[in-house]
Ligand binder design. Structure first.
Ligand code: IMP
Length: 196
């Protein structure tokens, strides 16, 4: 098994990434970092975290930065998704703020997407960047107990049963999520690098 450091303390993200990379022969070693996520883009923040992880671990390192873009809010909360309700607030506060911000916005104008940037760097100087999106709509109320973050409010586009991301099984989420799509692209590019 090849070792890869994943720069995140979010146990949900670690579980999602490990479920996707372990079948490909990678052992995922999570690393909790204190890096200020002050870049204006998802790629910029992911790269900061990946480089910090490489410097600390010496291992090939992967980091993600992700968030929710809501059309009716001009793309907010975007890179500020984790702190939408303010620093130190939790998922429940973020979701409550989002429901309030979209009060009165009709179904057809509630379009949104999750976006994920992944950056991989290794000690030999490789740098691979991949992005993935998952399209959907923001519901009027939370539904479902799976996933994390905005999942209970996010109605997944194309789901025949009209479920939120939090109503999918972990396996179903890992097939359609922004993180899964970014990772599929990244793995394709790592393969081209010679499977490091
Ligand atoms: P990050 O840890 O800086 O990348 O912040 C990501 C934030 O975006 C999280 O705190 C969530 O609020 C939101 N987010 C990212 N990915 C997901 C997901 O898969 N489901 C729900 N919310 C997500």
């Amino acid at each position: 098994m090849k070792r890869i450091c994943f720069a995140s303390g979010n146990k949900h993200k670690v579980a999602e990434i490990a479920a996707m990379l372990e079948p490909l022969g990678w052992t995922v070693e999570p690393l909790v970092l204190s890096v200020e996520e002050d870049a204006p883009t998802f790629v910029g923040n992911a790269e900061k975290k990946a480089r910090a992880a490489l410097a600390l671990s010496g291992l090939p390192s992967l980091a993600d930065d992700s968030g929710l873009e809501v059309d009716a809010l001009g793309g907010a909360p975007g890179v500020l998704s984790a702190r939408y309700a303010g620093a130190g607030h939790d998922d429940a506060a973020n979701n409550a703020k989002l429901v309030a911000a979209l009060r009165g916005v009709p179904e057809e104008r509630r379009g949104a997407r999750f976006r994920c940037a992944l950056v991989f760097v290794d000690p030999e100087g490789a740098r691979v960047v991949a992005e993935g999106v998952c399209e959907g709509r923001i519901g009027f109320a939370e539904r479902g107990a799976g996933g994390f973050g905005y999942d209970p409010l996010f109605l997944v586009a194309g789901d025949a049963a009209g479920r939120t991301m939090a109503e999918l099984t972990a396996e179903e989420k890992n097939r359609v999520s922004h993180r899964a799509r970014a990772l599929a692209r990244l793995v394709g590019e790592l393969g081209e690098l010679g499977g490091r």
